[in-house]
Design a protein around this ligand. Structure first.
Ligand code: PLP
Length: 377
């Protein structure tokens, strides 16, 4: 009998994706076309945003958002030190400087005091990252941005369908970018989406993503009104996305349930803390993250031996070659990076599976010394 496994994540796709993909293939038009438009419209309506623009990735979405706001060489953009490197790389692509900012240990998001310290006369924007689908205090962040005349572009790569202040993440700033890479709530293989309520930004995004053409052209006698590039989505991706969207609400409910189960089961576990998601207010985790005060790697190995796959947190960006900088300003991000991991969160897991993994975590926590007994089975 095959051993039971508890994947950290696994994309869920099947017959409906195949059906819609066949329709695109039969249409003879695999480019950015009617399926893409439908996908954009459905997501804009779901998120309550005026405009949605599908692009090749969230990285491209952040880059194009910055470009649309005229951010480039000589400018600085505040980026949390704990995020996937794409956030900073999108800034670097524009020629601007990504200024890394420490995070706070409660929600792993950008820290306000550190942000204030990082401000300079060149600071033009902030990219808050909604780590695991959890927003920083957005009311405070938007007020801070207004006070210092900064644009807010949300990195909502991990936050599709998660809410704060009664709104979907990604719709609170001037623009927000989502990712549909395979480890996300819905996937199109690769792909991203930008949402905005600004007609002007929307217009710029359309031109930037398609060689300066406000509307998709023929490639022949088109008018290119501005400088643009090729970051177009395809209807093949949109077919996948439309099929996945049909089950989005179900997926979100399941992820919230995963969190509630872990939270209940780990309530008395003194070694592992789950950062809060206010699910009653609509917050939804993309993956369930956990902070392990002592011996995170021991827990990781212990779970691995029981076929429960976790993913360790990113290294702080300031320790990565393109962004090397002194440790002194990043005490919290160093701590969070060393002590955090994502627990098995796959949509394929059922409630009983989550309770089983939580039982492993509790068993590990009861070992006399988690550090020395980590390998024991
Ligand atoms: C926080 C964050 N930002 C940006 C990205 C980049 O998204 P994409 O791979 O779609 O470019 C990711 C992807 O995992 C992410 O987790």
């Amino acid at each position: 009998m095959q051993e039971k496994t508890y994947p950290w994540w696994s994309p869920v796709m099947g017959a409906r994706e195949k059906e819609l993909l066949s329709q695109v293939i039969d249409s003879g038009f695999p480019n950015d076309g009617p399926f893409t438009e439908k996908f954009e419209n459905e997501l804009a309506a779901f998120l309550g945003a005026k405009y949605a623009v599908a692009v090749t990735s969230c990285t491209a979405g952040l880059y194009l958002s910055l470009m649309a706001l005229g951010i480039g060489s000589g400018d600085e953009v505040l980026v949390p030190d704990i995020t996937f490197i794409a956030t900073a790389n999108a800034v670097s692509m524009t020629g601007a400087k990504a200024v890394l900012v420490d995070v706070n240990k409660a929600d792993f998001c950008i820290d306000f005091a550190a942000m204030r310290k990082a401000l300079s006369s060149k600071t033009r924007a902030i990219i808050p990252v909604h780590v695991s689908g959890r927003a920083p205090d957005m009311e405070r962040l938007l007020a801070f941005a207004q006070e210092h005349n900064l644009k807010v572009i949300e990195d909502a790569a991990e936050a599709l369908g998660s809410k704060t202040l009664g709104k979907y993440l990604g719709t609170l700033g001037l623009s927000g970018a989502f990712s549909f890479s395979p480890a996300k709530t819905i996937t199109t293989g690769q792909g991203g989406l930008i949402v905005t309520n600004s007609e002007e930004i929307h217009g710029r995004l359309r031109e930037l993503k398609d060689q300066g053409r406000p509307k998709r052209g023929t490639g022949g006698n088109d008018t290119h009104v501005s400088l643009g590039f090729n970051f177009k989505f395809t209807d093949l991706q949109a077919a996948m996305g439309l099929a996945q969207l049909e089950t989005l609400s179900e997926r979100l409910k399941k992820l919230q349930k995963h969190y509630e189960c872990y939270k209940a089961a780990l309530a008395d576990n003194g070694r592992v803390r789950l950062p809060e998601f206010d699910t009653a207010a609509g917050a939804c985790p993309q993956w369930i993250d956990a902070y392990v005060e002592e011996d995170r790697d021991g827990l990781y190995e212990y779970l691995k031996q029981r076929n429960a796959d976790c993913r360790k947190f990113w290294f702080p960006l300031h320790t990565q070659n393109p962004y090397l900088s002194d440790d002194a300003d990043y005490k919290n991000s160093i701590d969070v990076s060393k002590k955090s991991l994502w627990l098995p969160s796959s949509l394929n897991l059922e409630e009983a599976d989550i309770y089983k993994v939580a039982e492993f975590v509790n068993d590990w926590a009861k070992l006399p010394s988690a550090r020395t007994a980590a390998g024991a089975r």
